[in-house]
Design a protein around this ligand. Structure first.
Ligand code: ARG
Length: 588
């Protein structure tokens, strides 16, 4: 197999129409050929309508002239062109062109998809859970969306640098460490815990207890404050405790990452503490440049672009009046570091939409400071909230945040029941395995398939359904094709491009051909749901094809061509699911 970029058919048609327009109407060179898939032909171009206005002719005459130019040009891309309506061009390709395209994609390891992000150094900030706190539903979207973007951009050739911005620093750790010291019997080290209980869950509980004591006991509050000072001053004993807490928490996060199948590794962690040493420089530069200014003892940046509800400029807190640094300061350091030290071309922050103002101010400040220049693209990849059945932000009945593990357990449990309902002879082990793949896939797909900026309701029953636009439906579609291929037995993929194309074969072939363009859209708009929609449409096109066109029973040459379509569909589905970070089991 080769690694050859195969230009999509629609793209080839665009090029042919553009060339014909250039020749017909040199003054319109470079105009958008406006080519779209069509009901009446393979594609339609509406270019003549807009262009005719510009050159004051009738659209129908211009369309006829472009059609003539297309016919005259030696290109074999468009086999048939017809003018219709007020000046549309209906464009049809030869069957052999379509079969040749399918063969070219099949022959390529990457399905003919090029690397349009080649060499673009892209930093993706995602997940970012907080140390000593359990990962909760609020970390689901950032982790899943960030990972899908890392996969898609990486596949398209970007040099992806993952950054897990752990919340691992702050006054809360002084309080927690003091509490642990005063309660030596409290178990939280994984060695001291019963199997199945996680250190981070124990720490989360102890943290709450510490908070209570802090509020109730002024003596403890004083000792806790002193401990914060010790931590910040780099007291070895305190730092050592803090390191243990971070390490234990990370082990627990890693278990969730493994279960979710996300790419994040220990070396991707660059938490808030990582930036401590850099903060003085950041502040120094902002002060020298006159960007940060004093405000009642604190150091702030006043926005020149955004005003608050009171009409005053929105502010970024650079240094609090007590001398402490917080979330704002650290993010000024992240952007500076990622541009100056990591040499990023593109910076993505996959963070909740409710932090929009924060990032707007960070980006504005970075521009004013001269860190963020025009050559660097930066985006807050914002996402909506996960809602509970009542349509409000998802909470437990008791009003607590929903733990991520509980959510995943519920989904895999439900998936197990759904898969078990379909009666087939699966062993318990197989069933467990499939339920895990289906349940996790269901949660991820439900999240990714929702338009990123929208809120959505976490509805497990719908997520694990075999019908509709769900992960399980796509996984199942993939297993069905695998089973056809197993029955066929023959793995050769020869395509006879002289055969006529059935209507349903044609629709499937065009859908298969559009995979690379769908990925390009995901990369451009940073919207994984476009890949989900693409895969769903692909699975449906396959179903239509399989209903209309017998595969195993067909005559040998037809059978071979149809098996080739099955092969390419299976590979496209599994590649697509993989780019979403979703497993594609062989059987379900
Ligand atoms: N730890 C933060 C939270 O839980 C998310 C961090 C996002 N990344 C960043 N660079 N601010 O909300």
């Amino acid at each position: 197999m080769t690694a050859q970029t195969v230009r999509s058919l629609i793209n080839q048609v665009e090029i042919a129409v553009s060339a014909a327009i250039d020749r017909t109407l040199p003054e319109a060179a470079g105009a958008d050929p406006v080519v779209r898939p069509s009901e009446h032909a393979d594609f339609q171009s509406n270019a003549a309508l807009a262009l005719a206005k510009r050159v004051r002719t009738r659209p129908i005459d211009l369309a006829a002239a472009v059609a003539d130019a297309l016919r005259a040009d030696g290109s074999t891309t468009v086999a048939d062109v017809a003018v219709s309506g007020p000046g549309f061009l209906n464009l049809t390709l030869a069957d052999t062109t379509v079969w040749t395209q399918i063969a070219a994609r099949l022959a390529d390891l990457r399905l003919g998809i090029g690397r349009l992000e080649q060499g673009r150094r892209t930093v993706i900030d995602y997940s970012g859970p907080n140390i000593a706190k359990e990962m909760h539903v609020g970390h689901l979207r950032t982790t899943i969306i960030g990972d899908a973007l890392a996969r898609v951009l990486g596949f398209l050739g970007a040099e992806v640098i993952r950054q897990n911005h752990l919340g691992d620093w702050g006054t809360q750790f002084g309080m927690l460490i003091q509490y642990l010291d005063e309660h030596p019997d409290a178990a939280w080290h994984s060695d001291d815990l019963a199997p199945g209980t996680s250190a981070v869950s124990a720490l989360d509980g102890l943290y709450r207890a510490a908070r209570k004591e802090f509020d109730a006991d002024p003596g403890f509050a004083d000792r806790a404050r002193a401990r914060v000072v010790a931590l910040q001053a780099g007291d070895e004993g305190t730092l050592d405790r803090w390191r243990q807490i971070v390490a234990e928490s990370e082990v627990a996060f890693r278990q969730i990452y493994d279960r979710l199948g996300v790419l994040l590794e220990p070396s991707d962690s660059a938490g808030e503490s990582f930036y401590n040493d850099r903060l003085p420089d950041v502040i120094g530069e902002l002060t020298t440049a006159g960007i940060a200014q004093d405000s009642e003892g604190a150091l702030v940046v006043l926005s020149q672009e955004v005003t608050g509800p009171d009409g005053d400029p929105a502010t970024l807190m650079v240094r609090k009046s007590d001398g402490g640094y917080g979330y704002d300061t650290t993010d000024l350091a992240t952007i500076r570091y990622r541009i100056r030290d990591l040499h990023a071309d593109r910076l993505l922050y996959v963070v909740d939409a409710r932090q929009a103002l924060h990032f707007q101010l960070v980006f504005e400040t970075a521009r004013r400071a001269g860190w963020l220049t025009d050559g660097v693209e930066v985006a807050h990849v914002a996402f909506g909230t996960v809602l509970g059945p009542d349509g409000r932000p998802f909470k437990t009945r008791a009003g607590d945040t929903v733990k991520l593990t509980d959510l995943l357990d519920a989904a895999t449990g439900k998936a197990r029941a759904t898969v078990a309902e379909k009666d087939h002879a699966l062993t318990d082990d197989d069933l467990d395995h499939i339920a895990e793949a289906a349940g996790i896939g269901a949660v991820k797909y439900a999240d990714l398939s929702t338009s990123r900026t929208k809120d959505y309701v976490f509805d497990i029953d719908r997520m694990v359904s075999f019908d509709g636009n769900t992960g399980v439906y796509l996984q199942y579609a993939h297993t069905r094709i695998q089973s056809i291929l197993r029955k066929a037995g023959d793995m050769a993929t020869t395509v006879d491009s002289a055969l006529p194309l059935h209507r349903a074969e044609r629709a499937l072939a065009f859908q298969l051909d559009a995979f690379g363009d769908a990925l390009a859209e995901v990369a451009r708009l940073l919207e994984p749901h476009r890949l989900c929609n693409y895969l769903y449409e692909l699975a449906r096109a396959f179903t239509d094809f399989y209903e209309a066109c017998p595969v195993l029973q067909a005559d040998p040459p037809t059978r071979a061509n149809r098996l080739a379509l099955c092969h390419l569909t299976a590979r496209t589905l599994s590649q697509g699911l993989d780019l979403l970070g979703i497993a594609a089991p062989e059987r379900m």
